[in-house]
Structure formats: structure tokens, C-alpha cells
Design a protein around this ligand. Sequence first.
Ligand SMILES: [Zn+2]
Ligand SMILES: [Zn+2]
Length: 423
Amino acid sequence: MDNQTFIREMFSEFYNKNIDRVEIPKSIESREFGFTLFKESTMIRHKGFMRAEDLKEFIKKIVPSNVYYSSAYYSMPEAKMDEKGWLGSDLFFDIDADHIPTECNKQHDMWICRVCGLKGRGVPPTICPRCGNLGFDEKGNIIGYRQETWPCEICLETTRMETIKLIDILTSDLGFSISEIRCAFSGHRGYHVQIEIDEVLKLDSMARKEIIDYVTGTGIDARFHGLEEISHSGARILVGPGLHDFGWRGRIARGTYEFLLKATAKDLRGLGLRKEVVENLLANRDMILESWKASGPWNMIKGLGLRGWEKIVQRGIQFQSAKVDTVVTVDIHRLIRLPGTLHGKTGLLKISFPASEIETFDPLKEAVAFKGGEARVYVEESPEFRIGEEVFGPFKEQTVNLPISAAVFLACKDAGKVISYNV
Ligand SMILES: [Zn+2]
Ligand SMILES: [Zn+2]
């Protein structure tokens, strides 16, 4: 049996038994839907549904490998793109491990040259070192390699922490209430954050870009956030933001605190700071951290002036910014994965939940779609992975018995071959 047939059978069974888990978006009649199938490579787009039942029947009938819907509302969702009549769009953020360089990527992410089959780990090279095949197109999209990426615990925890930062900025600084924010685990390696209130619907791409710049801390000049040189009793002294200040002032202070707490001599030298200044910073670390209780360390380090602090602050901003995929938020015609449907690369569900639950959310537990059943699988190669409470692997060229959920996961990853199964 080929993997595709197995996965499709499992997906079909899931949708037949659990079609009511599919979440129906607000104003379904104004949304565009898109589907990918198992056999054909083209996407079915520009579909519209007047009623929830029609969408559910359609999913059961075609058994898609992925289901998407538009974050936008249209007067005619089935029309051609420029004739749909855009009415507005939810405010949508995507946080994905693909865009966040984690150390573990090197261990579990593999690229395979489409021409010669050479394999390697981590970020793929510009051209294949064996056959010279071009790796990327001019936009930076990977074209020369097939990629195998894995949702590991570190990647998932990293994206969860970024999501927490984003929610904090949206609520503390931008005035959204936590109850207006909906979160979702994407079913693969990240999270989605969505706001559907009337106030955001009409925002154009430029306005959304400004929100992105704010949450990512792009273009922040610390001198406009309280870091400055002033005259004090005839002397020039430095002042700067405090830990409890509002908005980016406080974030700059907290990020700087965080950076200086962990910074090594190498990190500080990397900023272009002089050797004596670096030694001064490291020798006085305890005093610096203590100083935040009062007016901060801005004036404490001999030889460290406005210029030097600006460099340190930029690193602090990186700690505090939320690493969202900027392209997704700005695109007001974006198709996004429908919550309650299966992800074709994992067999896990996209699961939505209130933003207030992000602190305790466990994606690999909540997103498990298949319960019960067992399969015999030949695994070519797989790193360790967890589904629910159980940890599997690592496997290499071996035949193992696995629960259906783990077998679907490996089959979706194309990391093995299902020999037999019973559900
Ligand atoms: Zn090659
Ligand atoms: Zn990882």
C-alpha cells in the first residue's frame, strides 16, 4: 500500500466521524475556500459555501489533504480575484518555526537535492555542492530541494513563547482585549493569532504593516524612547527608560536587562564595544542588574556613552520583539488553514483556543486527531518525536508497531512506509 492511499483513508475516516470538529468561520458566505487534494498537485480555489452543512459535505466528499479559507470577506467569493469585491479582512498573524532560526533545526531538518538526491541537515546551501543544482529562486523560495522539517519540542516551545510576546503587545500596548484574540496551533510548527472585531476589518496593507513594525520592534530609535544625554548640575549625564515604563520604553529596558543578564564577552565584543567597556560591563554585572530598581545603568559604565548603549538596546529590542511572518499579516487576501481540519504534513489538527489559554497549551496533546488503532511501519529515518503523552523514536531503517496517530505522522512526513494497519 502506498502512503498516500493510507493517509487518505485515515483522513476520510476522520472527517466521516468528526466532521463537526471543523470550525465554521464567521460569515461563511463571504469567505473564499481553498483545498489541496492527495493525487492532484493543483489547489482548488475560489470556492464559496452559503451554509456550514455544504462545506462539511464537500470536505467529506473530496477528502482534502489541506483546507484553507480567506481571512478576507468578499461580496462574491467565487469570482476572479479582482472581481470578488473585498469587504474587509481579519487581522491575522503567523508564527512559524520556519522563520525562526532555532539551534535544533540543524539536528532535525533535512534537505534533499531534487536532481542528485544529496542530503544534508539544517539550512540548505545556495547551490547543491554535488551537482550544482540551484537551491533558491530570486525571491528566496526553495526550489532545488525537497525539505523534511520536523515539529520538535524546542521549535514548538520557541513559537509558543513568541506567541505569548505577541499577545502581550496586542493587549498591553495596542488596546485589544484578551477575549478578542483567538489563538491556534497550526498543526505543524507554529501558531496563528487572529482578531475578528469590526475595528480591524477595514485596515489596508499599509496599516497592517505599521502594526507589524510595532510588534516586531522594527526601526525603533531608542533616543525617541527616553534614552538621551542631558545636562545635570553642569555635567552631561545619560538617562534612559525604566523597567515599568509603558510601551516600547519599558520593553527596551526589559530587553536590555535580559540581554545584559546573559551576555558573554563575545556577544558584547560582537556589538563593536571596546575591550575596556566590555570588561567594565562584565565586572559590574551584579551592580547593573541591581541598578534597574532605581534609575537604571545608563550612566554607570565608564567609557560607555549614548552610541554604545544604542547598540546594546538594539539587542534588547530583539529579545522583546515578536517574531511573526510579516508577509502573512500584510496580505489582505491570504488563505489560512481552517481550524478543526487536518494538516497534510503531519496528520495533526489545527486547533483553535482562547488567547488566555496560551500559557498552558500543549499542542502535541490537543492536536492529536487519531485515537486507537495500530500500524506496522517500516521507518527509513526519523528523529525522536512525541504524540500525545508518548515519545517515539529515533528510528533508522527498522520496522516497528505504532499507534495510528504516529503512523499517520510518519507517513505524512514520508519518513517510512506503512505495511499494514487496523483501526
Ligand atoms: Zn544535487
Ligand atoms: Zn526543533
